[in-house]
Design a protein around this ligand. Structure first.
Ligand SMILES: [Fe+2]
Ligand SMILES: [Fe+2]
Length: 340
């Protein structure tokens, strides 16, 4: 169409569209990145992953993972954080590579003899352990145990993709295990090797063993401290160097809901992805009741009112990842609470 033949706004919208332009007044082709809460049931994830261990050999894929996909977001689970479930069978190796995206592993079925090796350091994978793989660290996963090892993989890949994610394979399938187990935790945790402060550009890979996390939450649970009105007894896995969130882009957290606890509604601009680590409960998101059982995974989209209900007579535990560090770093974070 020639511009001279444009008679009305509809014509003009069409004329602009043909030239890959759009008027701010035209809402018809605005892209919607909003999405609804969604819950994935563990028995289905598990069944798919177990079938993959039979049908997908490790020489067919760099990583045998089942990715969670939100039906409203093509190929994604959220706009920022990506989550998959990975399984490595006894004797298998998920070969070494590195990428600019940072990752964490939260072990849901740990095995003695299974390790994530990060820059030459083997980090054991016991149930409930959290292991970080900061960006651009070489990492491979090995299972020298006698049972399948399974964990949640969480990456800031969507945030990194605001630019372009980079990656490369390691020369060889496996890195040599050059460092002793526990090296980074021992030397860059509470007691630091002061003269090695600048040994790495990135923070070290850390392991947060379940025994320590469990001790922290039990101590809080037994204390006189009032739980958080929105999240119950809630802890953050802190960054070993600066004491801030687990990684620059997202925080790993864990919360206990005591029996019959109902938290208050709040909403925040960050996205939270939860895994029901122990027990069952209900999370109400913008009026929708997500009823979860052990192992289920669900996503609470940004700026959605939500609260948690423990409808059982025993404690429940939710593990979560939340991208609030990204939003705080950019001065975009907002949060609102509603009193009960
Ligand atoms: Fe990776
Ligand atoms: Fe929240």
């Amino acid at each position: 169409m020639d511009i001279g033949r444009v008679q009305d706004v509809s014509d003009l919208n069409d004329w602009l569209k043909e030239r890959n332009l759009n008027g701010h007044w035209n809402h018809s082709d605005r892209e919607h990145e909003e999405f609804k809460p969604f819950l994935w049931k563990w028995p289905e994830i598990h069944a798919g992953l177990m079938k993959a261990t039979e049908l997908v050999p490790m020489d067919m894929t760099g990583r045998r993972t089942v990715q969670l996909r939100n039906p409203e977001l093509r190929g994604r689970m959220s706009n920022t954080i990506h989550m998959s479930i990975q399984c490595v069978m006894p004797g298998e190796i998920a070969e070494a590579h590195r990428h600019t995206a940072a990752a964490i592993r939260y072990v849901i079925h740990g095995v003695s003899g299974a390790y994530t090796v990060v820059d030459g350091e083997p980090l054991p994978m016991e149930t409930g352990d959290l292991i970080t793989t900061p960006g651009w660290c070489f990492h491979d996963h090995i299972n020298e145990g006698s049972e399948p090892v399974m964990w949640l993989d969480v990456l800031d890949a969507r945030i990194v993709a605001l630019g372009r994610g980079l990656g490369e394979t390691y020369p060889g399938r496996q890195q040599p295990r050059e460092r002793a187990i526990g090296y980074s935790n021992k030397t860059q945790g509470h007691v630091k090797a002061s003269w090695l402060k600048h040994e790495r550009l990135t923070p070290p890979a850390m392991r947060y063993p379940w025994t320590e996390t469990d001790a922290a939450i039990q101590a809080l649970r037994e204390s006189e401290v009032e739980p958080d009105p929105y999240d119950g007894y809630h802890v953050t896995y802190t960054h070993p160097i600066n004491g801030g969130p687990t990684l620059p882009t997202f925080a790993c957290e864990l919360q206990i809901g005591s029996p019959r606890l109902t938290t208050q509604d709040h909403r925040h601009i960050s996205t939270t992805i939860y895994q029901a680590f122990r027990g069952s409960g209900v999370t109400v998101v913008d009026g929708e009741r997500l009823e979860w059982s052990e192992g289920d995974i669900f996503v609470v989209p940004p700026w959605s009112w939500h609260h948690h209900e423990n409808v059982s007579d025993s404690d429940n535990i939710l593990f979560s990842v939340d991208d609030w560090p990204t939003f705080k770093a950019l001065d975009l974070y907002r949060e609102e609470g509603k009193d009960a």
